[in-house]
Design a protein around this ligand. Sequence first.
Ligand code: SF4
Length: 555
Amino acid sequence: MTQTTTPARPQRAAKPNGQWKIDGTTPLNANEEMKAADNGLNVRARIEEIYAVQGFDSIDPEDLHGRFRWWGLYTQRAQGIPGGKTATLSPEELEDRYFMLRVRIDGGALTTQQLRVIGGISTDFARDTADFTDRQNIQLHWVDVVDVPEIWRRLESVGLHTTEACGDVPRVILGSPVAGIAAEEIIDPSPVIAEISRRYIGNPEFANLPRKFKTAISGHPSQDVVHEINDIALIGIEHPQLGPGYDLWVGGGLSSNPRLGERLGAFVTQEQAPDVWEGVTSIFRDYGYRRLRNRARLKFLLADWGTEKFRKVLEEEYLGYALPDIGPGPQPATAGDHSGVHPQKDGKFFIGLTAEAGRSSGTTLTALADLLEAHGSTRLRTTPHQKVIALDIAEEQVKDFVGGARTLGLEAYPGLLRRSAIACTGIEYCKLAIVDTKNTTIDAVREIESRLADHNGKLPKALSLHVNGCPNSCARVQTADLGFKGQLITNDAGEQVSGFQVHLGGTLAGFENGEATLGRTVRGLKVAAHELPDYVERVVKNYSALAEDGESFAA
Ligand code: SF4
């Protein structure tokens, strides 16, 4: 009997991924077409010359839903649109005629003069809104396009801007909020942050990336810039021969397919850092996947290449030299949330203040600027934990300053839950949101604090509580002890209500045992929004009753 063989099928050519260096620059989806047709940075001239003069209705939809982001502008959600099932609504039905405006604050460094300008913009043009974000920005709402040129004029008069605060660009550079002032700092990253910002932010060469690109730079030994969840991180380390410099991490990111960044095992000096940043960002621009937006972050390229190939391409194609090797450094020993009063290396003090769930107002920002100046300071920092830090307070002024800040709703000694609670923008303003976040978090923390006021078991440590309004991860739910991801859930009566999928036991390196862990979802564990205080209270009581000395929540 003769054996028949099935002819081999001709191999199908792999689909192009939209990698510019491999597949060419032909756009493979609508977003890429929009970016190729006109660089997002170019929309500024149209805003100033046309849209701000003729009003909202004159805005080209491609600019409105695409390029406006390159200048920190998003349309905000129309008021009263409930969460879920918004896919059936047209953009016009879902969005307001007002904008969210993100003020970019690289490294979180502000002067009181700058803070007062943001406060004034908020009261004059943004209905007194102001939120501290978890990426060191300050976000305003209710901005009318006709006011945008005047807002830019005021911001830029004091060295602030909104350039590339959103969009497929290098977003705000997270920087250690205690850069240059903390006694235990390994290296001051301020010059690197300033140089990257000067060379590359607003530079058209880096204004069309496959997606957003997040940077974190710190020389402080605490976990103060959440470096494992950024596309690139430069983290202070002491090289045995070369002295202080940076440990290079790449490829972290949350949202879909969350992945912690990885060390390339390469040491970077202060002088090399901007060039290395340029090299890594260029790899992302040139080799990053662009066909599918949900695979367009750097983490997907790193997952396919591995760290060895990534480093080789960086050194051979972009830097033209090899970086020295470096072994892993000591992991950050403490959570860098900066709450409370801490000594600076110059003998003065910095004071970390908590605004409930990052919520503030223009009036408060202006009052804070006044308070700082009345206590001899002109500097402050925002943090990646939705907090603000007052710098340069003399010892004899500390008590009075802390009391003054408290009257503004800014607490130096928050309770252990309040201290670690962060919430994303949520349904008040975000078009993607399913549930409310800010008010839910503020109410839940207040409620739990009052219920646990006479609870005789004490929380062994702060438990982080992060609340997201949708399945994205703007509030980093997978990195929290208790993470809540907004979704509609079905209650016992069969009705759909606002609720959360629960993630438990997330942590970043150094918070606990030196190992970063993403929080796990517990199958079927969902809570309705109104049940959040009951659920958290139960967890807190169980944890404080059962945890042994030093035992982490993640364990
Ligand atoms: Fe909006 Fe979702 Fe991000 Fe919250 S997590 S700000 S709801 S996109």
